[in-house]
Design a binder for this molecule. Sequence first.
Ligand SMILES: Cc1cc2nc3c(=O)[nH]c(=O)nc-3n(C[C@H](O)[C@H](O)[C@H](O)COP(=O)(O)OP(=O)(O)OC[C@H]3O[C@@H](n4cnc5c(N)ncnc54)[C@H](O)[C@@H]3O)c2cc1C
Length: 611
Amino acid sequence: MGNKLCDLKDVRFVLYDLLNVEELCKSERFSDHSRETFEMTINTAEKLAVNDFAPANEPGDVIGCKWENGTVRVPSVYHEPYRKLVEGGWFCAQEKYEVGGQNVPHVVDYVCKILFFAANHNLAGYYGLTHSAAKVIEVFGSEDQKRKYMLPLYEGRFGGTMCLTEAQAGSDVGAVRSKAVKNQDGTYSIIGSKIFITGGETDLNENIIHVVLARIEGDPEGTKGLSCFIVPKIRVNDDGTLGENNDVVCPGIEHKMGMRGSSTSVLAFGDNENCRGELLGGERKGIVTMFNMMNEQRLLVGMQGIAQGSTAYLHALDFARERKQGVAAGKKEVAQDPIVVHADVRANLLWMKCYTEGIRALVLYAVFCMDRIHTAADENEKQKWNDIIEVLTPVCKAYGSDKGFEVCIKAVQVLGGYGYCSEYHVEQFARDCKITSIYEGTNGIQSLDLVNRKISMKNGRAYRTVLSQIKESIVEALEWNELIPYASDLKSYLGMLEEITEKVLNMKTAGVVELVESWASLYLEIWGDILLGWLFLWEARVARERLEESKTEHKPNGEAPDYFNEAFFTGKIITAKYYLGTLLPPVTGKLETIRKSDHAFLDMQESFFFD
Ligand SMILES: Cc1cc2nc3c(=O)[nH]c(=O)nc-3n(C[C@H](O)[C@H](O)[C@H](O)COP(=O)(O)OP(=O)(O)OC[C@H]3O[C@@H](n4cnc5c(N)ncnc54)[C@H](O)[C@@H]3O)c2cc1C
């Protein structure tokens, strides 16, 4: 067994066999790269994750963050791995050389992120947000703003945050009350209070750059009136040196179920009327600007969910091989066997393996589409990849985080009483993982995004683009006898998904919005189930092809080719079949539920809950 964070054999199969990421290196953007540089990047990340991030995970949870007189100390064990993260240039590895990056494809960078987040979700969270803050400034900022803020963020010298939430404005972002008043010098005075801000105050960086949603005085209510501002904790002079404090104060931090090493801060802006912000992305363009950050974060959060699931699964697997209880079915001796011999335990492990590998492949596919935008031949192709990302983002975020959490809970179950206690860490993975279904827009909000926006985008063209990718894989799989029954079933589920999607679109136009929204989460789950079916069918076909190729392709010395690993490819086909034949079929019940559209929900008045 390799590291206990992420099965890199499976990841390499997705990268090189399924997605063929080496093709990217033919494009100008990635021409300096090759499989060797990808491998070097992943191996370096693995070392940092295993040797530095993971050992700080449990102590960080126990020590937690400490607030004192407006400053926050993160667990001291985080400082050294964070320093190495900065030194290694990990904050912008996937960015262009011009901004200090290394032009690493997103999909390879994401593998590194999976390792970091699996090793230490709390610590990695600080760097994830810092990248997003830098990116939004790169996309919308002036040259001055890029120099003063983006570059130090990409270097990891400054930390970055994303400040939307206020006490009365959680999911309802339009209710933000933070105010901005224009000054004569073109800056804005910011007054307001934010809550739940990740990394809002820490001792990790010399400065923190807050990206803040606020309303310019006199602008309309709701999301349309919001603007985005760069608000540094310490002002940055034109020559890049640090100036005076910018009247951003942290009056406290939250005490939480998990993520105890992550500073979840309350922030007060301008209590002394001396907090200055710079407009980012134009007046009343705050939501469009912030969405740049949010979309990146949503994919990242889906990945976070399954990164925790991945490490929980590997811990459970390790435990199941060591822990002895009972004897294998049909065995005469009394000597105890490891619990992995019991069918129920193995079924749990296989369930965890399926969702971990399936969702990881889904997230990597979505991120690969981002790389394909850079290599696209023309505008049409760019649009295609962009449409796919739009549809997949809420599914990756919600399905990835929900299932990731379920995988962690299953791990607790496989470990029994030991799982419930802290010694084996899986209870921490579950506690830390739960946040992924809540922040970055709750999963309920993600499902509304899918039914209300994404499937109707471009008159349904975006979602049909995704379906056509799935249809192509079905046709390819039908060429293999062994896969025909699975491909045929997937085809029929896909037909039903198309049917209910058209129904949902028609119902929305007919105005039955409440009923549609009552199923939105179920509808998103169906998408997740079927997308995993697609990826497993694709994986099974590729694994089968590899096995067949190995019969005819040999090295000059007669040995099997380097890529050949019979046990892995065979295991992959069996895992895929298990998902397609055992875990996926209940999707018909979910599809049928929406097809039937029972109206009981509409008859259930609110008062009936309370009478
Ligand atoms: C540890 C942690 C870190 C965080 N980090 C950040 C951060 O860095 N920056 C930041 O800005 N925020 C951050 N948040 C805030 C987070 O994004 C919000 O908690 C989240 O958006 C939900 O808002 P809320 O908690 O106010 O819940 P509410 O909006 O009150 O929602 C409560 C429930 O009602 C549902 N609901 C609400 N409105 C609707 C609707 N219109 N339709 C259907 N269902 C609805 C929700 O799905 C949810 O189940 C963080 C939160 C936590 C706990």
